[in-house]
Write a new protein. Structure first.
Length: 331
């Protein structure tokens, strides 16, 4: 409450200087009134945050998301134009396409995103040339070298995701049902929680899969990582349009675990068909089952794909290197 009160006072004191912020707010209100109302509600808190940063003379400010957090960056650029402001825009920002995101993009020193295929959409949204948008992948910890097949559970398949309709975990179960008919010793472990959990449990019970499928529910990050180190395959058939290079696939690769995934935006930047996994069209449960059977039944192919998976994440998605790339923007 104190922060909101300070923000309201700050608004009236510095109103004449906030022309870019107010212009972006008005455009947001006109284009999407509900989002504009939320932005107005967030404005006092954003003003107080910007006031605090300005008072402390912070030379570099990174706005980790567009949409409402972009207000902080706009206010800073209105009050202290010499402050270096960088902005990250991701899938959610592209879907919302709010004018406040575009307004800050045109004033920020750098724009970053986490997938190369986002750059063209960001350019269309903001008017910033695509060659001025920097792609820095979101990295994961690569904690050990390539894990060989003899250290794995040869028939263990992992699925780890939010159990929502667009994630299509039900397709994972349908594919596994086909796989299990050809490979009776295959075992599927599903991690995650969400509104589809009861539907998935009903499917498991109806199809008598309880001996080969474990619906674990929520689990800690460390638990999932240890299971990926044990597993031989990741199966994730998401159709979510907001998906961008899911970390679970990167973490599977870091654990030398090939992946079969659904076709989501930008996924080709991570999964190379036939090299470190397979990318399938939406709903192709038969194709998923066939490819899973091929990978799990061919040790030589698994060795090649798992080594390529580990090399992919080590080369392009190691968090040590992606962190260095971010730091270079601010130095």
């Amino acid at each position: 409450m104190a922060s909101i009160c300070r923000g309201c006072l700050f608004f009236f004191l510095f109103l004449p200087k906030l022309r870019h912020t107010l212009r972006a707010l008005i455009r947001t209100l006109i284009r999407t009134p509900s989002s504009g109302a939320l932005a107005l509600a967030a404005l006092p808190r954003c003003l107080d945050i910007a006031r605090s940063l300005n008072h402390r003379r912070i030379p570099n400010v990174h706005i980790f998301w567009g949409h409402y957090p972009a207000l902080v960056g706009l206010i800073i650029k209105d009050l202290a134009p010499s402050t270096n402001v960088t902005l990250f825009l991701g899938a959610y920002d592209l879907e919302r396409a709010l004018p406040i995101s575009a307004a800050l993009s045109r004033k920020a020193e750098y724009i970053t995103t986490h997938a190369q295929c986002n750059t063209r959409k960001i350019s269309c949204l903001t008017g910033v040339p695509a060659n001025q948008i920097t792609t820095i992948y979101r990295g994961v910890k690569v904690r050990r070298g390539h894990i060989t097949r003899d250290a794995k559970s040869a028939n263990l398949v992992i699925c780890a995701e939010r159990l929502t309709k667009t994630k299509r975990t039900i397709d994972v179960l349908r594919a596994f049902t086909i796989l299990q008919k050809h490979k009776p010793d295959a075992y599927l472990r599903i991690f995650g929680d969400g509104p589809e959990k009861a539907l998935l449990q009903d499917y498991i019970n109806t199809n008598e899969l309880s001996k080969n499928v474990e619906l674990v529910g929520w689990a800690s990050h460390e638990t999932i990582l240890s299971n990926l180190e044990e597993a031989s395959l990741l199966l994730s058939l998401s159709q979510a349009t907001g998906e961008r290079l899911p970390n679970i696939v990167k973490e599977a690769f870091a654990s030398s675990c090939p992946a079969i995934v659904g076709k989501t935006p930008c996924i080709d930047e991570l999964v190379v068909n036939g090299r470190n996994g397979y990318v399938l069209r939406p709903g192709d449960v038969h194709g998923a089952a066939e490819r899973a059977l091929t990978i799990l039944s061919d040790p030589q192919l698994w060795d090649q794909m798992s080594a390529c998976a580990h090399a992919t994440v080590s080369r392009h998605f190691d968090i040590k290197e992606t962190s260095r790339q971010r730091l270079r923007l601010w130095q």
